[in-house]
Write a protein that binds this ligand. Structure first.
Ligand SMILES: NC(=O)c1ccc[n+]([C@@H]2O[C@H](COP(=O)([O-])OP(=O)(O)OC[C@H]3O[C@@H](n4cnc5c(N)ncnc54)[C@H](OP(=O)(O)O)[C@@H]3O)[C@@H](O)[C@H]2O)c1
Length: 296
């Protein structure tokens, strides 16, 4: 019986390297992305490394919560039909925008970095429970440190600065991750966060060079900030994927949950604000309001 893993945004960047690692560890991997030809190339590469359990591509724009719902429904039905276990879900999708964007009336970085992985996870919980012991890995970022820690609404007060808003959405997702781990404790479904550190990918090669992504204070120091960004995102995606691969596969994590895996692919202390009850409760309210599990 095949053990299955899913990697969102798994056709390029850190996600593809994560998928390669999971395939090498013995999983039949499904990668999710928007572009079918990129998906086909990824599948070819993954299957070449692990021909015994071929990979596959499923198309979905994970910025669309309707597409997330349809994707989850399809995956859940397939596993219910085949009886084959879903063992690992890596919520790797993430995005940062230079300018404010809306999707379905909600600011885009909050959708892509938090609401979308939240919704996919919640909808696949019965499938992951049926496949237990199983693991959920949510990809986080050091950018949580620059987040405005206000979660009364999807959008924080003040101007739009993509890096800070990205960090805030990642902080929401980290708070959800640790909250979910506590909720599922003892269920056989473990929940981890993995911080890739940094890598040169489409995401960082694009927006991280645009001074509009940082607040006016940091923009005054832009040459320094830009150099710091460039240094921290200079490495290969294959190295940045190690924390997710470790979280998804390491025997050292058997029976554990609620662990944050740092850029060195070892457990680290969670970023404390992600454990604050006020933030956890506010994120839960926002998630339930803006990403309902069913729609009329
Ligand atoms: N790179 C870094 O330095 C860094 C640092 C910290 C954290 N992270 C986090 O690590 C994760 C991966 O980052 P990355 O740098 O590898 O990102 P990336 O370069 O943007 O990832 C590219 C992959 O994402 C897919 N993708 C992008 N938008 C999508 C959407 N709306 N729906 C479905 N698939 C989508 C792309 O496929 P399609 O274009 O075909 O959809 C492709 O497979 C993210 O969560 C990111 O926040 C990255």
């Amino acid at each position: 019986m095949q053990h299955h893993a899913i990697v969102t945004a798994g056709t390029g960047g850190i996600g593809l390297e994560t998928a390669l690692g999971l395939a090498a560890a013995g999983f039949a991997v499904t990668v999710i992305g928007r572009d079918a030809s990129q998906g086909a190339r990824a599948v070819e590469r993954i299957t070449a490394t692990a021909p015994a359990h071929p990979a596959r591509f499923l198309p979905a724009d994970l910025a669309s919560l309707d597409e997330v719902r349809a994707l989850a429904e399809r995956i859940a039905a397939e596993h219910a039909g085949s009886g084959e276990p879903l063992k690992v879900l890596v919520n790797n999708v993430g995005a940062m925008f230079s300018e404010r964007r809306n999707v379905g009336g909600v600011e885009a970085s909050f959708v892509v970095n938090h609401l979308s992985p939240y919704l996919l996870t919640e909808l696949l919980l019965p499938t992951l429970s049926a496949g237990a012991p199983s693991r959920i890995v949510n990809v986080t970022s050091g950018a949580v440190g620059v987040a405005k820690r206000v979660f009364d609404a999807v959008e924080p007060p003040g101007g739009y600065y993509g890096f800070h808003w990205y960090g805030r959405a990642k902080l929401a997702n980290l708070a959800y991750t640790l909250d979910l781990a506590a909720r599922l404790d003892g269920s056989g479904v473990s929940v981890f966060a993995a911080d890739p550190g940094g890598a040169a990918t489409d995401m960082t090669n694009g927006t991280m060079a645009d001074p509009r992504i940082v607040s006016p204070g940091l923009r005054l120091l832009w040459p320094l900030v830009r150099r710091k960004f460039a240094r921290s995102t200079a490495g290969p995606a294959s190295v940045a994927a190690r924390p997710s691969i470790f979280a998804g596969t390491a025997a050292a994590l058997d029976g554990r949950t609620g662990v944050v895996i740092g850029a060195d692919a070892q457990p680290v202390a969670p970023f404390r604000p992600a454990t604050e009850r006020r933030i956890v409760a506010a994120v839960r309210r926002l998630s339930e309001r803006h990403a309902p599990l069913t729609v009329a």
